[in-house]
Write a protein that binds this ligand. Sequence first.
Ligand SMILES: Cc1ncc(COP(=O)(O)O)c(C=O)c1O
Length: 458
Amino acid sequence: MDDRINDTLDRWDRESFLHPSTHLAKHARGEVANRIVQRASGVYIEDRDGTRLLDAFAGLYCVNVGYGRTEIAEAIAHQAQELAYYHAYAGHGTEASITLAHMVMERMPAHMSKVFFGLGGSDANTTNVKLVWYYNNILGRPEKKKIISRHRGYHGSGIMSGSLTGLPMWHTHFDLPLDRVLHTEAPYFMHRQDRDQDEAQFAAHCVEALEAMILREGPETVAAFVAEPVLGTGGIVPPPEGYWEGVQEVLDRHDILFIADEVVTGFGRLGSMTGSAHYGLKPDIITIAKGLTSAYAPLSGSVVGDRVWSVLEQGTDATGPLGHGWTYAAHPLGAAAGVANLRLIDELGLVENAAEVGSYLTMGLAQAVSDHPAVGEVRGVGMLSAVELMADPQAGTFYPAGAGIAAKVTTAMAARGVIARPMPHSEVLGFAPPLCLTRAEADTICEVTRAALDEVLD
Ligand SMILES: Cc1ncc(COP(=O)(O)O)c(C=O)c1O
């Protein structure tokens, strides 16, 4: 560390850069190593010291097509030269943003109608909530405004999107959540309170808890339910059998809009184009980001279904233009990246590859680590896998909160050349590699995971 601290970039980093999700004091004091990433290609990133790492989390599960795709880089460069920026207010558009809107809608469930483009998942979820409130105001139901989210859900870190997030770290010391946001039970079977419940009983229990909350609050006050098709940052947890069918029925019964947050699951992550298609969901609004551009440029979207769209039409006819937008909404560079990215996903068959190599990876992880004494479960869907660590799986004992075991394992993995993510608020190793992962690369991930577990926990 000492000779590195004299290095200019390292010094500037610690002097000047306030990083997200970082122990700020330790970083500024130089007590934790930083990594300055220099270049990347395929599923590998390389730092400026020349260390090459297999990125088994695709950045923050976003570089879905893999790194170094010249098709996308060239599309962005071309767009920057021709028209780096024009806004989208008052009906303005660009060839890229209009083409991308069309391509997005071709890939969404048939009942979806239009897409509003933002910059990231957090602002898209803010847009969604504003549209939901607008919807109920136009319908003459000003009291129907509460949003139900889930504990362990992740929907961003803005004031509204951070309120939707159901993880304490995003609330504590920030005066969140806002009081119109409520959190219901997480469909996390491994962590169920009643150990006698089987999966179907647990799913029914979660659905009942949701309906009980709606009835307690009064259905006339509850506007929307927001959820990721697969819990992501909260632990990478596919839903228990029967959960989505039950939730969908409850929402329909009480006339509550459904926002499916597909920031992670959209555009192939689950081995299907959308999580909604994967699980047969019928959302009214879908949040998209990450895989929309594979993070080659920032862009997100709020996709609205027919039911919401018809009220937006009615509203603007009655009251005038929608009072919502960002300067960079539908930014042409993001849109150009999105067009090239979605084409590439099709051309390379990445949705299919996510299904095939993704299940190979989850099975490989199960084979590699299931017999390890600290492994409680290996789970996954598509190119999204998790290894949950437990103090004593036989006795059903979890590690105490904040034990940091997963972080130690992922540090040992990085030393062996593979990046996995220690999921916050659980002892879970998370895997979400680029969708172009090969079987050989999946084998490397499995071998390194086992070796790191042995090193840290034996
Ligand atoms: C499901 C989900 N929604 C929203 C977000 C927030 O997106 P962003 O970080 O682009 O604001 C994330 C980020 O990880 C996410 O996983």
